[in-house]
Write a protein that binds this ligand. Structure first.
Ligand code: CTP
Ligand code: CA
Length: 223
């Protein structure tokens, strides 16, 4: 890790990173979203830049500062994220999808504020596109890294995502565990690879973990 602080070992790579949550609007004042802070994706973007990569960061709404030297594209909804990712995909060599994309969106966005009435309100939701799944179909020799946020059987669920989404590595995140997941500065993950290998990564800061993930990406690239 010390060598990584000084070596431009990602020079020549173009890394596309997604971060943060998406927001799916119901009306002009309300949205559906999740607890993602964006910290993991931003940490990866900063580390990749420091290590010499050209970096594009597609981010949902966060409270974080745009990293210096990183081409940052702000988006709101999953559909906007999908469009920005697809536009940046052809030029990229490594794609790391840390964003917590909302799985569903309201079928319709009300133009006017939804007024409360007597009784309950039901929302009809439809599936958002699975951006990572779409990239898995067209990845060719690009390195594709996905995340898996789980509360149940971490390894089993993450292994399914690795296969179904055709990615090179899954960063499996036990969001129920202490010191892991949303809005904390540390993370504890397992890395799953195509050959069935599982690597346990101990509890560490997200900035340190970013360098570990990029170390693995470098290896996957055969550099
Ligand atoms: N992802 C995506 N587009 C979506 C949903 C997820 O690109 N519409 C990506 C995430 O960025 C992440 C990976 O897929 O890299 C896994 O996300 P996760 O929410 O853990 O898995 P899902 O496939 O959405 O399944 P579920 O939420 O049901 O566990
Ligand atoms: Ca999901």
């Amino acid at each position: 890790a010390l060598a990584a602080l000084t070596t431009k070992d990602l020079a020549g790579e173009h890394i596309l990173i997604t971060a943060g949550p998406t927001r799916e609007e119901l009306d002009p004042v309300r949205f559906i979203s999740n607890h993602s802070s964006g910290k993991m994706g931003y940490a990866i973007a900063k580390a990749a830049r420091r290590r010499g990569a050209a970096v594009t960061l597609v981010t949902g709404p966060t409270c974080l500062t745009e990293p210096c030297g990183v081409a940052t594209i702000q988006v709101t909804s999953a559909e906007e994220m999908r469009q920005a990712v697809m536009a940046a995909f052809p030029a990229s060599t490594i794609i790391i999808k840390a964003a917590a994309v909302a799985d569903y969106r309201p079928v319709a966005r009300a133009v006017a504020k939804i007024k409360k009435t007597a009784g309950s309100l039901s929302l009809e939701l439809e599936k958002n596109p699975d951006i990572l799944f779409e990239l898995g179909k067209i990845k060719a020799d690009k390195i594709l890294i996905g995340f898996a946020a789980e509360t149940g059987d971490l390894l089993d669920n993450a292994a399914k995502k690795l296969t179904v989404k055709n990615v090179d590595m899954i960063v499996a995140n036990d969001i129920g565990a202490e010191g892991a997941g949303f809005n904390v500065d540390t993370n504890i993950v397992k890395l799953l690879f195509k050959d069935g290998r599982v690597e346990d990564v101990p509890l560490m800061g997200k900035q340190e973990l970013a360098d570990v993930l990029l170390d693995r990406a470098v290896k996957l690239k055969g550099r």
